[in-house]
Structures are given as C-alpha cells and as structure tokens.
Design a protein around this ligand. Structure first.
Ligand SMILES: CC(=O)N[C@H]1[C@@H](OP(=O)(O)OP(=O)(O)OC[C@H]2O[C@@H](n3ccc(=O)[nH]c3=O)[C@H](O)[C@@H]2O)O[C@H](CO)[C@@H](O)[C@@H]1O[C@H](C)C(=O)N[C@@H](C)C(=O)N[C@H](CCC(=O)O)C(=O)O
Ligand SMILES: Nc1ncnc2c1ncn2[C@@H]1O[C@H](COP(=O)(O)OP(=O)(O)OP(=O)(O)O)[C@@H](O)[C@H]1O
Length: 529
C-alpha cells in the first residue's frame, strides 16, 4: 500500500487542470449546467478526489453517490478549492463549483484529462461476460507479460498490477475501478513503462459510468446469463445485456464468443460501430447454431481434457483470422472445458496485441488464476477443488465437467450465496446441485446484512432432496471440515463460490477469512495426521 502512495505522488505531482479546460470538456459533452467561480479562487486544481478522506490541498472534489455534505466540508478543510456535483451544495459556499447533469460521466471525463489521457499510450484489451472475465484476463496478462518483457498491466477483480515491480501489485476492491482510480492507475502504469493493459469491464462499470468516454483497442464479449439483477445492480436482464454490450460499442476491435446467448443481438451492437473485418467470432468445432449467425472466424476443439489439464486445437476459418497466424495446439494446466473457451479468447486478443504463436503457447501452458480450479489431491478424501463458481451457469459448467471426468465419483459441494445481491443465484445453486451433486453443505458466503441461515434455507428450498443429501452448516470452516471428512478416496469435493477471497463480507465489514484452500489444506493435514 505504501508504494501506491509514493506512486500516486510521483504520478500526480506534475498534474494540473485549468478551470477553462474543465468547462470546455464538460461543454463538449453537454454536461455543464452552471459554474460558480469566485474571483478569490485560483482557476486551476492540482489534485482530484471523490473521497474526503483522500482529498488534498488545491483539489477538485466530486460529490457523488450516497454523498453527505459533511464530506465536502471535510474536503474543504483539507484544502479542496472546487467541487463538482449535480446540484449546488450550501456548505460549499466560497468554493468554485461545477454543477453538472451527470456526476459520474463528468468525473470520468475530468479524471481522464487530469491524468493526461493515459489510455492513449496503452494497448487496452477489455473483457466482459457473466463468467470468465478474470480467468481470460489472467491468461491474456500472463501471455502478454512475457511477450512485452513485463510491460503489461492488469486490472482484475483479484489484483491490479500497475507496474513491473512486485510492489506494484495490489488487491482490488471492485472488478472495474471507479473512473478516477482507473485513470490514475493507467497513468501510473504508463509512467512505469507499461505498453499494454488487460482489464475487466463489469456491467456495473457501464451502469455507473466508470469507463465513460474510454475507448478500448480490443473488447471481448465472453457470454451472458442472468446474474447481477437486483436492487443494487440491474433492474432486469435487458438492462444487464445493454450495459455489457456497451463494451463492444466502445472497442475498435470486437471479439465475441459465438456460443453466447443473444449472439445476434450482441453482434448487431458491435456492428453498429465496427466493420465486420474488425469483429472476430470464435466457437467450438462441433457448435451448430440453430439459427443463421455471422461467419465464425476461429473454431477450437478439445483434444484431451482431464482433471488436471487440457489440450486443444485452434483453427482459423477466415482470411482475417489466418492473418493472426495463431492456429495450432495449445495446452492449459487449468482443467475445465470452459477454460478452453477463455484460453481461445486470450490467444486471440494476445495475438491482436502483438504476441506470436509461440509466446501464446508458452504463456497459456503456464497460466494460473488464484481461486479458479485450484485442486488438491488427498490420499483418503478424494480430490478437492476450490473454484469461484458462484451462479447457475458457472456451477453447471464446473459440476458437469467434473461429472464427465469422473462419472462414478460422489460429488460433494460446499456452497453459500451472498446477501443483498444476486438473489437469483440461490435458485440457480439449488438447480445445479440437484442436477449434479450427491451431497451439499450449505454455508455462509458474504452474507452481508442478511441472515446466512435464511439464505441457505432459500437455496435448500430449490434442491430435490431425493437426489441430494443436504446439511446446513453456517460456519464455513466446519462445513468444509464435514465435507472433506465425508469424502472417500475416489470422491470429489468442491469448495465453491469464494475462490481466493480472504474475507467474508458480514454486515458491512470485510471480516478476515483464511481462504478456502488454506482451510482445506489445514483440514487435510489434520485428517492425515
Ligand atoms: C452501487 C454501486 O455501484 N456503488 C459503488 C459507488 O458507491 P457510491 O458512489 O454510492 O459511494 P459510497 O461508497 O456509497 O459513498 C458516497 C460517496 O461519498 C464518499 N465518502 C464516503 C465517506 C467519507 O468519509 N467521505 C467521502 O467522501 C465516497 O468516496 C463516495 O464518493 O461507488 C463506490 C466507489 O466510489 C463503490 O465502492 C460502490 O460499489 C459498491 C461497494 C459495490 O459493491 N458495487 C458492486 C455492485 C459492483 O460494482 N460490482 C461490479 C462487479 C459486478 C460484476 O461482476 O459484474 C464491479 O465492477 O466491481
Ligand atoms: N467461460 C466460462 N463459462 C462458464 N463458466 C465459467 C467460464 N469461465 C469460468 N467459469 C466459472 O466461473 C467462475 C468464475 O470465473 P471468473 O472469475 O473467470 O469469471 P468472472 O467473469 O470474472 O466472474 P465474476 O464477475 O463473478 O467475478 C470460475 O471459477 C468457473 O467456475
């Protein structure tokens, strides 16, 4: 954390924004309603902030979201000289003020300008999709890291890597950072010599205008299934799809998984702003669309997939695909047929970013993602998997893959569902468990302000008890202990939903949690002793 502060200082020391530039930018985007410019206030800022706790002298303060006037007062006390908001704020009297139609859009534009439009100095690859964003981003990053001699940044749900030094790696708070943080981190990346950036773009990022005005070199649409629909996220599926599709509107080159649901709608969105020669589609070799779809550029075929690795072939099918020269056999140490699809997306985007076939092969062969399909083989209690599967689609993909690999194994799953979001996941877990599990331990997973017991009971209500033996154990560690203890040597134990998370979100507090894998290893050691 310390180094980020040092970098922040290095990065922002030379930054300044004139009020005239702010006004021009806001006017260009029809966002400015009114300015208040007291003659006593110097007409420029040398810092920007949206959090009073981080506000500094001579700064511009953005009043957004669940804002309280006390935050502006706090910022002013620290030397903020201007604020931007959607309406005038009485406690800001005496400060310069920019009243705007949409504070989130305005903040994104001003942040990009303040940090000197760092995006123009980066080749940016962005992923969206209900599932696979993090995995594909890690795959792509690991390939490009080698291909660019460690000059590729990564902004993912798990980590942000803003420079080549080990100290320039931080845990993420959001999948896609707030716009100000995003442009700040891009600036640091550019100043640290980064030439490429791989990032995840969530649907919320578009909903909340965190990436407003940002153009990507390559935008990838992986897949979409109902998720993130609820009071704090999207009102309905149409809104979710609309927000996700915006990535393609804002990308110079679009890459689309042709097996995604709503393919034709998604392709039309891409086609609205990109010519067909800039749109690449990929699908499995045996994929047979049930309705006419645009030409598929790449096909891939699984050659060998087991519980620890997979090998697949990639074939170009069009002239533009052939030009990338990435046909061939690839190997992954991450199991799961769905990961082949993520790897194809990574191979394509890395190729578009300048990586050569051999570099892609070498990068993918070594690629690894924290908390995604991590396995632990035990002597007496089968094979354990820690995986971030946390909705119906991912749980189905995971469990059907494992069942296909070991049809006779007993499948034991430990899972919970978060509170205050993704409520549809509860029914989804019930359905997937009924389809694929023999035994389920329902437990806590970021219960937030809800009762974890009530959430577990809701999942349970969607399980067919003739097919699955269910135990509710809210203490996650005890649930994992019971699941492992009940597994025989040839069984499969899946610890789902938390991946590499080192906390449980309980009543607004990130409560430290050792991670599923750390707990599993400790339990296995204890059982073997
Ligand atoms: C609903 C939503 O998107 N909320 C986000 C939003 O909150 P907000 O603007 O209301 O901010 P707030 O934290 O309530 O506080 C209000 C304002 O007062 C400021 N403040 C607060 C306290 C103080 O002392 N001083 C002060 O100035 C805050 O910095 C903020 O600017 O802006 C905050 C950062 O500025 C985010 O942390 C917060 O994300 C919440 C926590 C969140 O979890 N969002 C999820 C739904 C999300 O975005 N998820 C997606 C992934 C989903 C997917 O996989 O598709 C993501 O991209 O991460
Ligand atoms: N292409 C895919 N299709 C279906 N399921 C997938 C795919 N890729 C990964 N998964 C499953 O989804 C889980 C989450 O994967 P990943 O973290 O890469 O997705 P994500 O899009 O970043 O998810 P989230 O938005 O929930 O953070 C994995 O642990 C795996 O079980």
């Amino acid at each position: 954390m310390n180094l980020l502060i040092i970098n922040e200082k290095e990065a922002v020391d030379h930054m300044q924004l004139q009020f005239a530039e702010i006004i021009n930018l806001l006017n260009e985007h029809h966002l400015l309603i009114k300015t208040i410019l007291p003659p006593t206030v110097p007409p420029q800022v040398s810092a920007i902030a949206y959090d009073s706790r981080k506000s500094t002298t001579a700064s511009l303060f953005f009043c957004k979201g669940a804002f309280k006037p006390a935050y502006l007062t706090a910022a002013q006390k620290k030397g903020a000289r201007a604020y931007m908001a959607e309406s005038e704020i009485a406690v800001g009297t005496g400060m310069a003020a920019f009243i705007v139609r949409n504070i989130q859009k305005a903040m994104a534009l001003i942040s990009a300008a303040f940090y000197g439009f760092p995006q123009n100095q980066l080749f940016i690859i962005a992923y969206t999709g209900t599932k696979g964003k993090t995995t594909s981003s890690y795959f792509t990053h690991q390939v490009l890291k080698q291909a660019t001699s460690n000059q590729t940044a990564l902004f993912s749900t798990i980590d942000r890597i803003v420079g080549p030094k080990p100290q320039q790696e931080f845990k993420s708070h959001l999948t896609t950072p707030e716009s100000l943080d995003l442009f700040h981190d891009m600036r640091v990346a550019v100043d640290s010599g980064m030439t490429h950036l791989v990032m995840e773009v969530s649907s919320q990022a578009y909903k909340k205008n965190r990436v407003y005005g940002l153009k990507f070199d390559v935008g990838v649409f992986l897949n979409i299934t109902p998720d993130h629909i609820g009071p704090n996220e999207h009102p309905n599926f149409a809104d979710y799809l609309h927000c996700k599709s915006q990535l393609l509107v804002n990308s110079r080159i679009c890459v689309i998984n042709a097996q995604t649901k709503h393919l034709n709608e998604i392709y039309q969105v891409a086609h609205g702003t990109s010519q067909p020669q800039d749109i690449y589609l990929f699908a499995r070799r045996d994929f047979q669309p049930t309705a006419p779809i645009p030409t598929i550029d790449f096909r891939y075929q699984s050659q060998e997939a087991d519980l620890t690795a997979s090998r697949f072939m990639l074939y170009s099918r069009t002239d533009k695909a052939r030009q990338l020269a990435i046909d061939g056999q690839y190997q992954l140490q991450l199991p799961g047929t769905f990961n082949e699809s993520n790897a194809v997306a990574a191979a394509l985007t890395a190729g578009l970013g300048g990586a050569k076939k051999d570099e892609i092969k070498a990068g993918l062969a070594k690629a690894w993602v924290p908390g995604r399909m991590e396995s632990l083989k035990t002597e007496q209690h089968g094979t354990l998997y820690v995986d971030y599967a946390h909705n119906y689609a991912s749980m189905k993909a995971l469990l059907s893959f494992l069942e296909g690999q070991q049809p006779h194994a007993k499948v034991i799953v430990v899972v919970g569902s978060p509170g205050n979001k993704g409520v549809s996941r509860r029914a989804g877990f019930g359905k997937a468990l009924t389809q694929y599990a023999d035994q389920a331990f329902l437990t806590a997973d970021d219960p937030g302000f809800e009762s974890p017991l009530k959430i577990a009971q809701e999942i349970d209500a969607h399980i067919d008890h003739d097919k699955v033996a269910v135990t509710i154990e809210i203490d996650r560690k005890k649930a994992i202990q019971a699941a492992i203890a009940s597994a025989g040597p040839n069984d499969i134990v899946v610890l789902a939903g938390k991946g590499d998370d080192a906390f449980q979100k309980i009543k607004g507090v990130d409560t430290p949690y050792p991670t599923d894998m750390v707990i599993a290893k400790e339990i296995v050691r204890g059982l073997q002793a």
